[in-house]
Design a protein. Structure first.
Length: 420
Protein backbone atom coordinates (compact mmCIF):
# COMPACT_ATOMS: atom_id res chain seq x y z
CA UNK A 1 0.00 0.00 0.00
CA UNK A 2 1.39 3.38 -0.95
CA UNK A 3 1.85 6.25 1.45
CA UNK A 4 -0.90 8.19 -0.31
CA UNK A 5 -3.44 5.39 0.17
CA UNK A 6 -2.51 5.08 3.85
CA UNK A 7 -3.10 8.81 4.31
CA UNK A 8 -6.50 8.59 2.61
CA UNK A 9 -7.62 5.69 4.83
CA UNK A 10 -6.49 7.48 8.01
CA UNK A 11 -8.36 10.62 6.93
CA UNK A 12 -11.54 8.63 6.19
CA UNK A 13 -11.38 6.85 9.56
CA UNK A 14 -11.01 10.17 11.39
CA UNK A 15 -13.88 11.62 9.42
CA UNK A 16 -16.09 8.70 10.42
CA UNK A 17 -15.28 9.11 14.10
CA UNK A 18 -16.02 12.84 13.85
CA UNK A 19 -19.41 12.19 12.26
CA UNK A 20 -20.28 9.64 14.94
CA UNK A 21 -19.32 12.08 17.69
CA UNK A 22 -21.18 15.04 16.20
CA UNK A 23 -24.30 12.97 15.62
CA UNK A 24 -24.68 12.79 19.41
CA UNK A 25 -25.55 16.50 19.51
CA UNK A 26 -28.12 16.40 16.66
CA UNK A 27 -31.86 16.35 17.37
CA UNK A 28 -32.26 13.08 15.45
CA UNK A 29 -30.00 11.33 17.93
CA UNK A 30 -32.14 12.39 20.87
CA UNK A 31 -35.31 11.46 19.02
CA UNK A 32 -33.88 8.07 18.17
CA UNK A 33 -32.47 7.47 21.67
CA UNK A 34 -35.20 9.01 23.78
CA UNK A 35 -35.07 6.00 26.10
CA UNK A 36 -31.35 5.61 26.58
CA UNK A 37 -31.26 2.94 29.22
CA UNK A 38 -33.75 0.56 27.59
CA UNK A 39 -32.68 0.64 23.92
CA UNK A 40 -28.92 0.45 24.18
CA UNK A 41 -27.61 -1.96 21.62
CA UNK A 42 -24.18 -2.81 20.24
CA UNK A 43 -24.25 -0.05 17.63
CA UNK A 44 -26.43 2.63 19.27
CA UNK A 45 -26.77 4.52 22.55
CA UNK A 46 -24.59 7.06 24.30
CA UNK A 47 -21.01 7.21 23.06
CA UNK A 48 -18.52 6.25 25.76
CA UNK A 49 -16.06 9.11 25.35
CA UNK A 50 -18.50 12.05 25.92
CA UNK A 51 -19.93 10.34 29.01
CA UNK A 52 -16.44 9.74 30.37
CA UNK A 53 -15.49 13.35 29.73
CA UNK A 54 -18.62 14.59 31.52
CA UNK A 55 -17.93 12.37 34.54
CA UNK A 56 -14.29 13.45 34.72
CA UNK A 57 -15.30 17.11 34.43
CA UNK A 58 -17.81 16.79 37.28
CA UNK A 59 -15.30 15.00 39.47
CA UNK A 60 -12.70 17.68 38.87
CA UNK A 61 -15.26 20.42 39.51
CA UNK A 62 -16.32 19.09 42.92
CA UNK A 63 -13.27 17.20 44.13
CA UNK A 64 -10.36 19.37 43.02
CA UNK A 65 -11.20 22.44 45.16
CA UNK A 66 -11.48 20.25 48.28
CA UNK A 67 -8.15 18.58 47.56
CA UNK A 68 -6.47 21.94 47.02
CA UNK A 69 -8.00 23.31 50.23
CA UNK A 70 -6.71 20.35 52.21
CA UNK A 71 -3.26 20.81 50.72
CA UNK A 72 -3.27 24.49 51.72
CA UNK A 73 -4.43 23.96 55.31
CA UNK A 74 -2.82 20.60 55.98
CA UNK A 75 0.83 21.60 56.31
CA UNK A 76 -0.04 24.67 58.36
CA UNK A 77 -2.05 22.64 60.83
CA UNK A 78 0.59 19.91 61.07
CA UNK A 79 3.76 21.99 61.06
CA UNK A 80 2.78 25.17 62.86
CA UNK A 81 2.82 24.32 66.55
CA UNK A 82 2.28 27.93 67.53
CA UNK A 83 -1.07 28.20 65.74
CA UNK A 84 -2.29 24.98 67.31
CA UNK A 85 -1.28 26.23 70.73
CA UNK A 86 -3.13 29.50 70.11
CA UNK A 87 -6.28 27.72 68.98
CA UNK A 88 -6.18 25.60 72.12
CA UNK A 89 -5.65 28.67 74.26
CA UNK A 90 -8.67 30.48 72.78
CA UNK A 91 -11.03 27.54 73.25
CA UNK A 92 -13.86 28.87 75.45
CA UNK A 93 -14.33 27.45 78.91
CA UNK A 94 -17.72 25.74 79.00
CA UNK A 95 -18.84 25.03 82.53
CA UNK A 96 -16.72 24.75 85.62
CA UNK A 97 -17.38 28.33 86.69
CA UNK A 98 -18.48 27.54 90.23
CA UNK A 99 -17.03 29.51 93.13
CA UNK A 100 -14.73 28.06 95.75
CA UNK A 101 -15.26 28.91 99.41
CA UNK A 102 -11.91 30.67 99.79
CA UNK A 103 -12.66 33.13 96.95
CA UNK A 104 -16.07 34.23 98.22
CA UNK A 105 -16.58 36.97 100.81
CA UNK A 106 -20.07 36.31 102.16
CA UNK A 107 -20.18 39.35 104.44
CA UNK A 108 -19.30 41.69 101.58
CA UNK A 109 -22.04 40.25 99.37
CA UNK A 110 -24.64 40.47 102.14
CA UNK A 111 -23.62 44.08 102.68
CA UNK A 112 -24.03 44.71 98.95
CA UNK A 113 -27.58 43.34 99.18
CA UNK A 114 -28.55 46.02 101.72
CA UNK A 115 -26.68 48.75 99.83
CA UNK A 116 -28.60 47.97 96.64
CA UNK A 117 -31.85 47.68 98.61
CA UNK A 118 -31.32 51.16 100.08
CA UNK A 119 -30.34 52.87 96.82
CA UNK A 120 -33.08 51.20 94.75
CA UNK A 121 -35.76 51.98 97.33
CA UNK A 122 -34.54 55.56 97.70
CA UNK A 123 -34.82 56.17 93.98
CA UNK A 124 -38.27 54.61 93.64
CA UNK A 125 -39.91 55.94 96.84
CA UNK A 126 -38.69 59.56 96.97
CA UNK A 127 -40.84 60.85 94.05
CA UNK A 128 -43.91 58.98 95.34
CA UNK A 129 -43.45 60.33 98.88
CA UNK A 130 -42.92 63.86 97.58
CA UNK A 131 -46.12 63.66 95.55
CA UNK A 132 -48.11 62.13 98.40
CA UNK A 133 -46.88 64.54 101.08
CA UNK A 134 -46.45 68.08 99.69
CA UNK A 135 -44.94 69.18 103.01
CA UNK A 136 -41.59 67.87 101.75
CA UNK A 137 -41.61 70.85 99.37
CA UNK A 138 -39.54 69.20 96.67
CA UNK A 139 -39.37 71.67 93.75
CA UNK A 140 -41.05 70.76 90.49
CA UNK A 141 -37.73 70.94 88.67
CA UNK A 142 -36.53 67.96 90.71
CA UNK A 143 -39.35 65.86 89.24
CA UNK A 144 -38.39 67.06 85.77
CA UNK A 145 -34.75 66.06 86.32
CA UNK A 146 -35.69 62.62 87.64
CA UNK A 147 -38.19 62.09 84.84
CA UNK A 148 -36.07 62.94 81.79
CA UNK A 149 -32.72 61.82 83.19
CA UNK A 150 -34.35 58.52 84.13
CA UNK A 151 -35.73 58.15 80.61
CA UNK A 152 -32.19 58.33 79.24
CA UNK A 153 -31.00 55.80 81.82
CA UNK A 154 -33.77 53.32 80.91
CA UNK A 155 -33.14 53.75 77.17
CA UNK A 156 -29.40 53.15 77.57
CA UNK A 157 -30.09 50.15 79.80
CA UNK A 158 -31.91 48.47 76.91
CA UNK A 159 -29.38 49.36 74.21
CA UNK A 160 -26.09 49.17 76.14
CA UNK A 161 -26.68 46.59 78.86
CA UNK A 162 -29.46 44.22 77.84
CA UNK A 163 -29.24 43.77 74.07
CA UNK A 164 -25.44 43.25 73.75
CA UNK A 165 -25.50 40.88 76.73
CA UNK A 166 -28.32 38.89 75.12
CA UNK A 167 -26.43 38.54 71.83
CA UNK A 168 -23.23 37.63 73.64
CA UNK A 169 -24.92 34.89 75.65
CA UNK A 170 -27.01 33.36 72.88
CA UNK A 171 -24.07 33.24 70.44
CA UNK A 172 -21.66 31.85 73.03
CA UNK A 173 -19.39 29.16 71.52
CA UNK A 174 -20.22 26.93 74.49
CA UNK A 175 -23.78 26.55 73.21
CA UNK A 176 -24.88 24.04 70.55
CA UNK A 177 -24.40 25.08 66.94
CA UNK A 178 -28.09 25.90 66.53
CA UNK A 179 -27.47 28.90 68.82
CA UNK A 180 -23.90 29.89 67.98
CA UNK A 181 -23.65 29.10 64.25
CA UNK A 182 -26.87 28.08 62.53
CA UNK A 183 -28.95 31.08 63.63
CA UNK A 184 -27.16 33.87 65.45
CA UNK A 185 -30.12 36.24 65.66
CA UNK A 186 -32.05 34.50 68.45
CA UNK A 187 -31.52 37.46 70.80
CA UNK A 188 -32.94 39.95 68.32
CA UNK A 189 -35.83 37.66 67.44
CA UNK A 190 -36.78 37.13 71.10
CA UNK A 191 -36.49 40.87 71.85
CA UNK A 192 -38.66 41.70 68.84
CA UNK A 193 -41.19 39.05 69.85
CA UNK A 194 -41.43 40.34 73.42
CA UNK A 195 -41.90 43.93 72.19
CA UNK A 196 -44.66 42.85 69.80
CA UNK A 197 -46.39 40.78 72.48
CA UNK A 198 -46.33 43.74 74.87
CA UNK A 199 -47.71 45.99 72.14
CA UNK A 200 -50.56 43.56 71.40
CA UNK A 201 -51.38 43.19 75.10
CA UNK A 202 -51.43 46.95 75.59
CA UNK A 203 -53.51 47.50 72.46
CA UNK A 204 -56.25 45.05 73.38
CA UNK A 205 -56.23 46.11 77.03
CA UNK A 206 -56.86 49.73 76.09
CA UNK A 207 -59.39 48.68 73.45
CA UNK A 208 -61.32 46.62 76.00
CA UNK A 209 -61.24 49.48 78.52
CA UNK A 210 -62.57 51.91 75.92
CA UNK A 211 -65.38 49.57 74.94
CA UNK A 212 -66.29 49.05 78.58
CA UNK A 213 -66.34 52.80 79.27
CA UNK A 214 -68.44 53.49 76.16
CA UNK A 215 -70.90 50.78 77.11
CA UNK A 216 -71.09 52.10 80.66
CA UNK A 217 -71.56 55.65 79.35
CA UNK A 218 -74.45 54.60 77.09
CA UNK A 219 -76.22 52.94 80.02
CA UNK A 220 -76.18 56.15 82.10
CA UNK A 221 -79.34 58.27 81.87
CA UNK A 222 -79.07 62.06 81.49
CA UNK A 223 -80.21 62.52 85.12
CA UNK A 224 -77.39 60.26 86.29
CA UNK A 225 -74.83 62.42 84.54
CA UNK A 226 -75.05 64.86 87.43
CA UNK A 227 -73.72 62.40 89.99
CA UNK A 228 -71.16 63.54 92.51
CA UNK A 229 -68.28 61.52 91.03
CA UNK A 230 -68.84 62.64 87.46
CA UNK A 231 -69.23 66.25 88.52
CA UNK A 232 -65.94 66.01 90.41
CA UNK A 233 -64.16 64.81 87.27
CA UNK A 234 -65.94 67.28 84.99
CA UNK A 235 -65.19 70.33 87.14
CA UNK A 236 -61.54 69.36 87.46
CA UNK A 237 -61.10 68.85 83.71
CA UNK A 238 -63.06 71.71 82.22
CA UNK A 239 -64.49 74.30 84.55
CA UNK A 240 -65.19 76.70 81.71
CA UNK A 241 -67.50 74.37 79.84
CA UNK A 242 -71.22 74.68 80.60
CA UNK A 243 -72.23 71.69 78.46
CA UNK A 244 -72.77 68.63 80.72
CA UNK A 245 -72.33 66.23 77.80
CA UNK A 246 -69.01 67.81 76.84
CA UNK A 247 -67.80 67.73 80.44
CA UNK A 248 -68.73 64.07 80.73
CA UNK A 249 -66.87 63.29 77.50
CA UNK A 250 -63.73 64.94 78.88
CA UNK A 251 -64.03 62.91 82.08
CA UNK A 252 -64.42 59.73 80.04
CA UNK A 253 -61.30 60.49 77.97
CA UNK A 254 -59.33 61.29 81.11
CA UNK A 255 -60.15 57.89 82.58
CA UNK A 256 -59.05 56.16 79.36
CA UNK A 257 -55.78 58.12 79.25
CA UNK A 258 -55.06 57.37 82.90
CA UNK A 259 -55.58 53.66 82.34
CA UNK A 260 -53.37 53.67 79.24
CA UNK A 261 -50.63 55.50 81.14
CA UNK A 262 -50.90 53.07 84.05
CA UNK A 263 -50.62 50.09 81.69
CA UNK A 264 -47.54 51.63 80.09
CA UNK A 265 -45.78 52.15 83.42
CA UNK A 266 -46.64 48.60 84.54
CA UNK A 267 -45.09 47.30 81.30
CA UNK A 268 -42.00 49.42 81.90
CA UNK A 269 -41.61 48.13 85.45
CA UNK A 270 -42.04 44.52 84.30
CA UNK A 271 -39.09 44.88 81.93
CA UNK A 272 -37.00 46.57 84.61
CA UNK A 273 -37.78 43.85 87.16
CA UNK A 274 -36.70 41.09 84.74
CA UNK A 275 -33.46 42.96 84.25
CA UNK A 276 -32.99 43.66 87.97
CA UNK A 277 -33.14 40.00 88.98
CA UNK A 278 -30.52 39.13 86.37
CA UNK A 279 -28.04 41.80 87.42
CA UNK A 280 -28.61 40.90 91.08
CA UNK A 281 -27.56 37.31 90.42
CA UNK A 282 -24.59 38.52 88.37
CA UNK A 283 -23.43 40.67 91.29
CA UNK A 284 -23.84 37.86 93.82
CA UNK A 285 -21.59 35.41 91.92
CA UNK A 286 -18.84 37.93 91.11
CA UNK A 287 -15.71 38.18 93.24
CA UNK A 288 -12.62 40.32 93.66
CA UNK A 289 -12.16 43.53 91.73
CA UNK A 290 -14.99 42.61 89.36
CA UNK A 291 -17.39 42.63 92.31
CA UNK A 292 -16.28 46.08 93.51
CA UNK A 293 -16.55 47.72 90.09
CA UNK A 294 -19.91 46.07 89.39
CA UNK A 295 -21.29 47.15 92.78
CA UNK A 296 -20.29 50.79 92.21
CA UNK A 297 -21.87 50.75 88.77
CA UNK A 298 -25.09 49.20 90.08
CA UNK A 299 -25.43 51.79 92.86
CA UNK A 300 -25.51 54.54 90.23
CA UNK A 301 -27.69 52.49 87.90
CA UNK A 302 -30.31 51.46 90.46
CA UNK A 303 -30.68 54.88 92.05
CA UNK A 304 -31.19 56.87 88.85
CA UNK A 305 -33.27 54.19 87.18
CA UNK A 306 -35.40 54.14 90.34
CA UNK A 307 -35.78 57.92 90.25
CA UNK A 308 -36.95 57.75 86.66
CA UNK A 309 -39.45 55.00 87.40
CA UNK A 310 -40.59 56.63 90.66
CA UNK A 311 -41.27 59.92 88.88
CA UNK A 312 -43.48 58.04 86.40
CA UNK A 313 -45.33 56.24 89.19
CA UNK A 314 -45.90 59.56 91.01
CA UNK A 315 -47.57 60.98 87.88
CA UNK A 316 -50.23 58.25 87.81
CA UNK A 317 -53.71 58.97 89.14
CA UNK A 318 -54.56 56.71 92.07
CA UNK A 319 -57.15 57.06 94.83
CA UNK A 320 -55.80 58.85 97.88
CA UNK A 321 -55.57 55.67 99.98
CA UNK A 322 -54.46 53.33 97.22
CA UNK A 323 -51.52 51.06 97.94
CA UNK A 324 -50.61 50.56 94.30
CA UNK A 325 -47.95 53.31 94.00
CA UNK A 326 -46.27 52.02 97.16
CA UNK A 327 -46.38 48.42 95.97
CA UNK A 328 -44.95 49.39 92.57
CA UNK A 329 -42.08 51.24 94.24
CA UNK A 330 -41.53 48.33 96.61
CA UNK A 331 -41.39 45.88 93.70
CA UNK A 332 -38.59 47.84 92.06
CA UNK A 333 -36.69 48.31 95.31
CA UNK A 334 -36.66 44.61 96.16
CA UNK A 335 -36.16 42.80 92.83
CA UNK A 336 -32.40 43.35 92.60
CA UNK A 337 -31.84 42.36 96.26
CA UNK A 338 -33.96 39.26 95.61
CA UNK A 339 -31.66 38.40 92.71
CA UNK A 340 -28.64 38.92 94.97
CA UNK A 341 -30.16 36.69 97.64
CA UNK A 342 -30.86 33.94 95.09
CA UNK A 343 -27.28 34.14 93.84
CA UNK A 344 -25.88 33.98 97.37
CA UNK A 345 -28.00 30.93 98.15
CA UNK A 346 -26.83 28.97 95.10
CA UNK A 347 -23.31 30.40 94.88
CA UNK A 348 -21.55 27.03 95.21
CA UNK A 349 -23.85 25.07 92.89
CA UNK A 350 -24.69 27.76 90.34
CA UNK A 351 -22.41 27.67 87.30
CA UNK A 352 -22.82 30.85 85.21
CA UNK A 353 -20.75 29.28 82.42
CA UNK A 354 -22.96 26.22 81.95
CA UNK A 355 -25.14 25.86 78.86
CA UNK A 356 -28.38 26.13 80.83
CA UNK A 357 -27.31 29.26 82.71
CA UNK A 358 -26.08 30.96 79.53
CA UNK A 359 -29.29 30.21 77.63
CA UNK A 360 -31.56 31.27 80.51
CA UNK A 361 -29.67 34.52 81.03
CA UNK A 362 -29.61 35.23 77.30
CA UNK A 363 -33.34 34.63 76.91
CA UNK A 364 -34.20 36.78 79.94
CA UNK A 365 -31.89 39.54 78.69
CA UNK A 366 -33.61 39.41 75.30
CA UNK A 367 -37.09 39.61 76.83
CA UNK A 368 -36.04 42.52 79.05
CA UNK A 369 -34.42 44.32 76.13
CA UNK A 370 -37.57 44.06 74.02
CA UNK A 371 -39.81 45.29 76.84
CA UNK A 372 -37.50 48.16 77.79
CA UNK A 373 -37.01 49.26 74.18
CA UNK A 374 -40.76 49.34 73.59
CA UNK A 375 -41.46 51.09 76.89
CA UNK A 376 -38.65 53.63 76.50
CA UNK A 377 -39.57 54.53 72.93
CA UNK A 378 -43.37 54.47 73.19
CA UNK A 379 -44.30 55.07 76.82
CA UNK A 380 -41.52 57.54 77.67
CA UNK A 381 -39.96 59.31 74.68
CA UNK A 382 -43.02 59.44 72.43
CA UNK A 383 -45.37 60.19 75.32
CA UNK A 384 -43.24 63.02 76.73
CA UNK A 385 -41.93 64.73 73.61
CA UNK A 386 -44.49 63.92 70.90
CA UNK A 387 -47.91 63.06 72.36
CA UNK A 388 -47.66 65.60 75.19
CA UNK A 389 -47.63 69.18 73.92
CA UNK A 390 -46.49 70.72 77.20
CA UNK A 391 -42.78 70.48 76.38
CA UNK A 392 -43.20 71.77 72.82
CA UNK A 393 -45.30 74.68 74.11
CA UNK A 394 -42.73 75.58 76.76
CA UNK A 395 -39.81 77.96 76.32
CA UNK A 396 -36.76 77.06 74.29
CA UNK A 397 -34.65 76.92 77.44
CA UNK A 398 -36.99 74.35 79.02
CA UNK A 399 -36.90 72.24 75.87
CA UNK A 400 -33.10 72.41 75.75
CA UNK A 401 -32.96 71.48 79.43
CA UNK A 402 -35.21 68.44 78.89
CA UNK A 403 -33.12 67.19 75.97
CA UNK A 404 -29.91 67.79 77.92
CA UNK A 405 -31.21 65.70 80.81
CA UNK A 406 -32.21 62.94 78.40
CA UNK A 407 -28.78 62.88 76.77
CA UNK A 408 -26.96 63.01 80.11
CA UNK A 409 -28.93 60.05 81.41
CA UNK A 410 -28.31 58.02 78.27
CA UNK A 411 -24.64 59.00 78.10
CA UNK A 412 -23.99 58.31 81.76
CA UNK A 413 -25.59 54.89 81.56
CA UNK A 414 -23.68 54.12 78.37
CA UNK A 415 -20.46 54.97 80.21
CA UNK A 416 -21.43 52.65 83.07
CA UNK A 417 -21.59 49.90 80.44
CA UNK A 418 -17.79 49.85 80.61
CA UNK A 419 -18.00 48.11 84.00
CA UNK A 420 -21.51 46.61 84.20
Amino acid sequence: MSVQQCGIEIYQSKLGVRKQATSFFKPKFFAKNSNWFSDIGPNEGIPARPVALIIITLLLHYALPKVLAQQETGPTASNDDTSSDNSTATTPQCGGGTISGSDYNLGLHVGALFIILATSSFGAFVPVIAKKYPSFRIPQIAFMIAKHFGTGVILATAFIHMLPSAFGNLTNPCLPSVWSNDYTAFAGAIAMGSALIIFIIEYFTIKTAEEYEEKHENNITPHENGSHINNEIDVRIDEKSHDPQQRHHHGHMMLINDRAKTIGIVILEAGICFHSVIIGMALSVSTGSDFISLLCALVFHQMFEGLGLGARIAELSFPSRSLRPWLMSLAYGTTTPIGIAIGIGVRYSYDPQSETAIIVQGVLDSISAGILLYAAMVELLAADFIADKSIRKSSNSNQAFAFTLLLLGAGGMALIGRWA
